[in-house]
Design a protein around this ligand. Structure first.
Ligand code: AMP
Length: 470
């Protein structure tokens, strides 16, 4: 999410909500913990106890902040929503942590958002000009402002009124004094699933959060669907004209947890198939296949099984440092790569090595690791990437840098190979990527995914954001 002109503010987030159960905030904490890979900068929970709303938002990891009775006793009630947030560009202000809460004329309204809105600037400009005061630099705040200002009577109609004005990617989890509401944008870019724990409905970004609390997966929230959960049951509202969904392909490639279910298969299955397809498309001769952990592991297994080249854990990852991208500056990020990975010499020395990773963004991880592997005595280092080159930035809720920092956007394959220092560098084709997803070929008229990172075809207009990012 990002908002003011100068805030190059992007977030990747996870959302969770549970309705009508004892210890709702404890279950929300567990759900958020399992969604931690979607955001490590901060987390928040809002609960409702039948009379009042309670809120806690903390910078840092869920397990470090929501792990004791003190904090959870301040979040009583049978219904709660939560959010984990990931921002990368220094906008680590506590006021940007979600869920956001507002006391509207018709009652309390808490909202947690995963995704980026694309027309924030123009809406915010109008709102500010007509007297709205903003407290955060997050685009999510415009949702609350628009709901508050809507002339409609009922909360659902106010929400629909708002959805008709906003554009972009959004999976929302909303809590009012009677309702838990889930919303997915018309293209269903970011995920949102419905589950059930002993009769209590649950909403979560991914099914791994359902598994964590022993909830059953019921179904995905459809693109353009609103689900309204009350004491009388679950109602589905579809306020938009039905269009084919376009989920973000990068959720499957990198972002979602490998154990989460997408379209009845685990994300791991897709990633392994991406690795298999990469081996079909490229037959490099080598002694070992080594994943860049953790992101390259599933694809490397697929690549090794298909190519029959032995799989070895030639790189060891420390689990005591966060994702490379969390580091805000390039200098620290480079240092971070060293802190994060070390070489297991015994699998590398005198070997021709194929390293596998899921993606290359800036090229920082790859170049550090290729160097380390050569230093450890490898004869040859090849690098296989289980997706196509990332040529275009994302503006729908996955953090990727601007064009000038995307290595594939500014360099040819030959230049990239030189920059990362590998003997060869190979990517998966776009059609191969679709094939691994079980889609056959990419349908060029209505692509099955939102795949602008590879194609530059943005399904929702991003002119406003491109102008601001210049
Ligand atoms: P880079 O070092 O900039 O080339 O980043 C590539 C590494 O970051 C790969 O290991 C990816 O798995 C991981 N990665 C890819 N996309 C993202 C993202 N949006 N946020 C955080 N990490 C990412």
């Amino acid at each position: 999410m990002y908002c003011k002109i100068n805030d190059k503010f992007k977030e990747e987030c996870g959302v969770f909500g549970i309705f009508g159960t004892k210890e709702a905030s404890v279950l929300t904490t567990l759900g958020l913990h399992s969604l931690q890979h979607r955001g490590q900068e901060g987390a928040g929970i809002v609960s409702f106890d039948g009379k009042a709303f309670h809120s806690a938002r903390k910078q840092g990891l869920v397990g470090d902040n929501f792990n004791n009775k003190d904090i959870l006793s301040k979040l009583p009630g049978k219904t709660a929503i939560g959010h984990v947030r990931y921002s990368t560009t220094g906008e680590s202000k506590p006021e940007n942590l979600q869920p956001f809460f507002a006391n509207l004329a018709i009652g309390g309204f808490a909202c947690a958002h995963n995704g980026n809105l694309t027309n924030t600037y123009s809406i915010k400009k109008q709102l500010v000009e007509s007297g709205s005061i903003f407290q955060t630099s997050s685009d999510t705040e415009i949702i609350l402002q628009l709901v508050a200002r809507s002339k409609k009577k009922k909360i659902i109609d106010k929400l629909i009124d708002t959805l008709y004005q906003i554009e972009g990617a959004y999976s929302l989890v909303i809590l009012t004094n009677k309702k838990l509401i889930g919303v997915r944008d018309p293209l269903g870019i970011r995920p949102l699933v419905l589950g059930e724990k002993n009769g209590s409905p649950v909403l979560a970004s991914e099914t791994c959060a359902l598994d964590m609390i022993g909830a059953k997966y019921v179904r995905d929230i459809e693109n353009g669907e609103i689900v309204v959960i009350t004491d009388s049951g679950i109602e589905s509202i579809k306020p938009f004209k039905k269009i084919p969904e376009r989920p973000c392909i990068f959720e499957r490639i990198y972002f979602a947890s490998p154990d989460s279910l997408v379209g009845n298969k685990t994300v791991y299955t897709y990633r392994k198939a991406l690795g298999e397809q990469l081996a079909i498309e490229n037959n490099v001769i080598a002694d070992v296949v080594v994943p860049i952990p953790d992101s390259g592991v599933s694809a490397a297994i697929g690549f090794s099984q298909k190519s029959k080249i032995p799989f070895e854990l030639g790189i060891i990852r420390s689990h005591y440092v966060g994702r490379t991208f969390i580091e805000p500056s390039q200098t620290i990020r480079q240092f971070g790569v060293k802190l994060k990975h070390s070489v297991n010499r015994s699998c590398i020395e005198n070997k021709k090595v194929i390293l596998i990773d899921d993606s290359i963004v800036r090229g920082t991880t790859a170049s550090k690791i290729v160097k380390m592997v050569y230093e450890a005595g490898a004869k040859e280092v090849h690098l296989g990437i289980s997706c196509p080159p990332i040529l275009h930035p994302d503006f729908y809720g996955i953090d990727t840098p601007n064009y000038n920092q995307l290595i594939a956007s500014k360099s040819s394959l030959k230049e990239m190979t030189k920059l990362v220092g590998a003997k060869s560098l190979f990517f998966l084709s776009l059609n191969g990527t679709y094939k691994a997803m079980g889609c056959g070929k990419r349908n060029s008229k209505t692509p099955q995914f939102t795949d602008h990172c590879f194609t530059g075809e943005y399904p929702i207009d991003v002119t406003e954001i491109l102008k601001l990012n210049r």
